[in-house]
Design a protein around this ligand. Structure first.
Ligand code: VGL
Ligand code: ZN
Length: 261
């Protein structure tokens, strides 16, 4: 049982004692780093974090991530990429392409705004609850490319998500309906990964969703906060509280080296 602060975050000294003094001696951790969506659109493009409510700068993750990749030898490194078709259901510009469900507050596509949650009628009476975003990370465009200063290690695996028009996928592990696993689930299993380190953009959307799914799959899951930036402050705080309550560990970038190597 760890001491935690009011946000449920574990005390660092407690954690070091337990992890380095005990857990690491009896287990052989196999580590994976998942770098989530460090793509141009979230840094200086259509969904630039610096223009969103928390006013964080997505470019600030690049230094910590590159340093971590230079200093730490993870067993596997993955980069996820939001990779949407032009007609994707999450784009505010595309609301008119989809059928709004009768239960949706908004019935005229022209009234729909970024951050609204709308309800679409999907195939076979299914309903799709969807938060709206500006058009972003369209397949094969500049906005979907990883930032050019991000270090990409040659052995890494790219995980593309949100690729079907009618499904969004915040998590790098499952689509938002939690029905379809991505290839990352297969890779983690095939490589017998035990510990999943997660960082990138955005803390309160895709990073948080990836951490929650990794925890649900039973991985020891570590959030590298300094190497992540988010969209809203309430979202970031809420994400940290949720994942801590589900036993994720929040660490500083320089502590990752002690845990992995
Ligand atoms: C993301 C909003 C929409 C993210 C992706 O990568 O956090 N956010 N699509
Ligand atoms: Zn997206």
């Amino acid at each position: 049982v760890f001491d935690r602060d009011s946000n449920g975050v574990i005390d660092q000294k407690e954690f070091d004692k337990c992890y380095n003094g005990w857990i690491k001696k009896i287990l052989s951790p196999v580590s994976a780093l998942v770098v989530v969506d460090v793509q141009n659109d979230f840094i200086s493009g259509s969904l630039a974090l610096k223009n969103s409510p928390a006013k964080q700068d997505g470019a600030e993750v690049i230094g910590p991530i590159n340093r971590m990749l230079n200093d730490v030898t993870f067993n596997k490194v993955f980069y996820s990429m939001d990779w949407h078709p032009e007609n994707h259901i999450s784009f505010v510009e595309n609301v008119h392409l989809w059928k709004l469900d009768k239960s949706c507050d908004i019935q005229d596509p022209k009234e729909a705004r970024v951050f609204d949650v709308v309800i679409f009628e999907g195939p076979n009476q299914t309903i799709i609850e969807q938060k709206l975003w500006p058009k972003h990370c369209v397949q094969d465009t500049w906005g979907a490319q990883l930032h050019e200063e991000l270090k990409v290690i040659p052995e890494a695996v790219m995980i593309k998500k949100g690729t079907s028009p009618d499904k969004d996928s915040y998590s790098a592990l499952f689509d938002n309906t939690k029905k379809a696993p991505t290839d990352l689930v297969k890779f983690l299993e095939a490589n017998e990964i035990t510990d999943v380190y997660v960082c990138g953009l955005a803390t309160d959307v895709c990073v948080g969703a990836t951490i929650k799914d990794a925890l649900l799959l039973g991985y020891r899951t570590v959030f590298v906060e300094e190497a992540s930036r988010g969209i809203t402050l309430e979202g970031i705080t809420g994400t940290k509280r949720d994942i801590s309550q589900h036993q994720a560990v929040i660490v500083k970038t320089n502590e990752v080296k002690n845990m992995v190597n």
